[in-house]
Structures are given as C-alpha cells and as structure tokens.
Design a protein around this ligand. Structure first.
Ligand code: HPA
Length: 271
C-alpha cells in the first residue's frame, strides 16, 4: 500500500502538483463545482497509476488540480463505489494519496435519498454522523502503522470546525442545510419499502451508496472532513414510487449551486 501511494504521489508531483490544501470529492450529478476552479491540469483516472476507473456514467472520472478562492485544491470529479466491484481499499486509495500530498481538509458530497420525511428533495443535508451498513471496510486487512491506527476512533467522524463553519455560511447565504445521519448501503439496487422503514427506525435521515468508506479512511489518517448530501428523492415507504434515475440526476444538478456556494465560501474562510 505504502509503495503504491508513493508511486502515485510521485507521478502527480511530476505533473507539477504543489501542496494542495483541500481535497474535494464530487458525487453523482455533482461535477459542476470544478467550473469554479482555476484549473492547472486535469487527468483522467485511467492515466493515474494505481487509480481504478470510474464506471458510473454520471461520474466524469477526472482528477483536477487548481486554485479555488486562492487555495490549492485537488478535486475528484466522480468517485469510486463498492458496487462497481472494486475493493474498499481501491475506492479509498485517492484519500490516502491526498493526505500524502499534503491535503488538510477533505470535502465530500453525494446524492442521497431522504429517509427523514421532514427533509425535502432538492435540499441539502450536512452529515453529522453516519451508520455504516456496507459489507466491508477499507480498514479491514490493513496492518500498517504508517496508515494510522487499526482501531480507528469514530466518536466524531465529521469535523466539528468544518460543520460549524458550514452551518454559519448556510445561515448567511439563506441556504436550507439540514443536519442528520447518513446510512451507507452497498447498492447498486435501490431499497425496498421494508428497508426504508428499517433505516428510519435505526435513526438514519438519509441513505446512499458512498462517502462512508472515504470518511473511515480520513479518520484513520487524521484528515479533517465534512460531507454534504444533496437529497434527490424522498424515501416514503407509504407512497414509494419506482426509482427515476434521470430525475435524481436532474435534482442533484439543480441543487448543486447551493453546494457550490457552501463549499466555495468554506474554502474562502479556511485559514
Ligand atoms: N437510495 C435511495 N435514494 C437515493 C439513493 C439511495 O441510495 N441515492 C440517491 N437517492
């Protein structure tokens, strides 16, 4: 693992990457934030040693390096998911690379279904905590002190400092930002009505198929992170409609402007 990280880091350094401060991971339908970046270079994941490729059609599969609000950022336009058939270690490899390059803050995003029916589609939810229902963890099988403690603490997986700033920015910008618990499932199927009832019962406010693996690794290696879900559909077991993926993508795209405002302003305020 350490050798692969070094190989990838050396490759990215050979492209002229210079101490990026902030890492960004853009989820389904959420690639537009990169238009705010003054781009120095972008690479397809297929060009980067030890990166797997993005197989999801709504994910561009590009690593972008540039400046946003005067800060050096490294953005993943499209992430990897467990349901694509990759291992947990493969899908979280970019997070370890970001840390090795000097990234201090990791900002994640995803499209998610609203389990809490007080939350409406098209709105945003700041992830305050999560429930990991994925069938495996990127920390399993790893015994490498350089990669942080095996028994990673998860008492505060999302940075209190970043979340406080995001809530302040949302207030100032008049953006509705709910706060809640994200449950991660393996997918790629959507959930049954019984599963939505179960998720509500165990305390989830939103459900999706990503983010938690990256957050586990970020916590293991001591990378402060924040994550925002764009709520793209309402998971009401009493009135469940068949999934409409084009609608989910359209709602994510429409809500993205609010996510961009929050993250851009946050980056501006980070010292
Ligand atoms: N489940 C339900 N609705 C969703 C999901 C999910 O995983 N992702 C986006 N909307």
């Amino acid at each position: 693992m350490q050798k692969q990280i070094e190989q990838t880091v050396n490759y990215l350094k050979s492209k002229g990457i210079d101490l990026p401060e902030i890492g960004i991971v853009l989820g389904t339908g959420l690639g537009k934030l990169v238009e705010s970046i003054s781009i120095e270079w972008q690479l397809d994941y297929t060009e980067i040693p030890n990166f797997v490729s993005s197989t999801v059609e709504y994910h561009k599969g590009k690593l972008i390096y540039g400046t946003l609000q005067g800060k050096k950022v490294l953005a993943m336009q499209g992430r990897f998911h467990f349901y694509e058939g990759y291992s947990m270690q493969q899908i979280t490899f970019p997070v370890r690379v970001m840390k090795a390059l000097g990234v201090k803050y990791l900002l994640l995003s995803n499209a998610a279904g609203a389990i809490n029916l007080n939350f409406k589609k098209g709105d945003l939810m700041l992830i305050d905590d999560h429930i990991d229902l994925l069938p495996n963890s990127p920390l399993v099988g790893l015994k490498d002190d350089a990669q942080g403690p095996r028994f990673t603490d998860m008492s505060a997986p999302y940075s209190c400092k970043l979340n406080t700033l995001l809530k302040q920015i949302a207030l100032e910008q008049h953006i509705t930002l709910y706060e809640g618990v994200y449950a991660a499932l393996k997918g790629p199927n959507l959930e049954t009505r019984a599963e939505y009832r179960y998720l509500k019962l165990i305390g989830a406010d939103a459900v999706g198929m990503s983010t938690v693996p990256e957050v586990l690794v970020a916590n293991q290696i001591g990378l402060a992170c924040a994550a925002i879900s764009v709520l793209t559909d309402e998971c009401d077991p009493a009135n469940l409609q068949p999934v409409n993926i084009p609608e989910i993508i359209a709602i994510a795209a429409k809500a993205e402007a609010k996510l961009i405002t929050l993250y851009t302003q946050l980056i501006n305020e980070l010292a």
